[in-house]
Ligand binder design. Structure first.
Ligand code: ATR
Length: 272
């Protein structure tokens, strides 16, 4: 008898802490899709296609450190993922692998729920894959990103590539922006006392978003709240990037609210 159950997975290193299995499994259950989703630790991106074939995996989430390395092993890559230079979603159909990037759509959905992007200036802290996804998304939506980075050369390079301004991290206070978005790992568990910018810097911004979701309320977001800014947690982006993966894999509408509930409950439990 043919087994119609579908298999999905997360590939990365490490993967033990990831909330993707919890979130995706809850979504498939709610959608009444017969599917499993598990986390698989892989040391080398080169091994992902073979594992997908061997385990008959129809869709995979790709996380740190393989988002760029995986690209050369795929048959096709979406235009946005190619422009960003990172893939976080792989779909396997008829033995062919396609790469997408849902980090940028996830970030844009999280922002759009809260604020207006068009015509507004966004300070994007960082110059890695997450920053590139943010810059790409903000430009696509008609916003004005400014790349802000510790290493000047790297930041300038990203700014030049996307045709936007650059500002050194220590000068963040000079930017008069609408929203500040952190894409650096500063403040992530277990270094929860750290923030990428000083608290005084934040008073120039109406909104502050962190792409970090563990802890749920980073030091940056706490400082932002005290400075009178409104805040957006990285958990919102995490949920939306996962929801978009389900849309790509199944063509169906994901239960985004349920996914958010499951993720927030787990993160709140972890803080207590
Ligand atoms: P990702 O692809 O996940 O975005 P990444 O490529 O490692 O991750 O990029 C991380 C970004 O965070 C980099 O821009 C890095 O700044 P540098 O270019 O100066 O290395 C930034 N970053 C990491 N640790 C930082 C720290 N302690 N202070 C400031 N910026 C930091």
């Amino acid at each position: 008898m043919k087994n119609n159950s579908r298999t999905f997975a997360l590939f990365g290193n490490p993967v033990a802490q990831s909330l993707s299995p919890l979130m995706h499994s809850a979504a498939f259950r709610e959608m009444k899709i017969d599917a499993s989703y598990r986390a698989l630790r892989v040391g080398d991106a080169r091994d992902v296609p073979g594992e997908m074939e061997k385990l008959n995996i129809s869709g995979a989430s790709i996380t740190i450190p393989h988002k760029t390395g995986i690209m050369q092993y795929l048959d096709t890559v979406s235009d946005s993922a190619a422009r960003i230079g990172a893939v976080n979603t792989v779909t396997r159909a008829d033995g062919r692998l396609k790469g997408d990037n849902t980090d940028w759509t996830g970030l844009i959905s999280a922002l759009s729920e809260a604020l207006e992007i068009r015509g507004k200036r966004f300070a994007v802290l960082g110059a890695g894959g997450a920053a590139r996804a943010a810059v790409y998304g903000i430009l696509t939506e008609g916003g004005i990103p400014v790349v802000v980075n510790r290493t000047v050369q790297k930041g300038e390079q990203v700014a030049k590539e996307f045709g936007c301004d650059f500002c050194p991290l220590e000068d963040t206070g000079m930017i008069k922006g609408y929203c500040l978005i952190n894409t650096t790992p500063v403040g992530m568990f277990p270094n929860m006392d750290a923030s990428p910018v000083s608290a005084e810097t934040l008073q120039h911004f109406e909104w502050v978003m962190d792409t970090i979701y563990n802890p749920l309320e980073t030091r940056l977001l706490k400082d932002a709240g005290r400075a009178g800014c409104r805040t957006i947690s990285g958990a919102t982006m995490f949920v939306h990037q996962g929801a978009e993966q389900i849309r790509i894999w199944t063509g169906l509408q994901p239960p985004t609210e349920l996914m958010k509930k499951v993720v927030l409950e787990r993160l709140k439990d972890e803080t207590n």
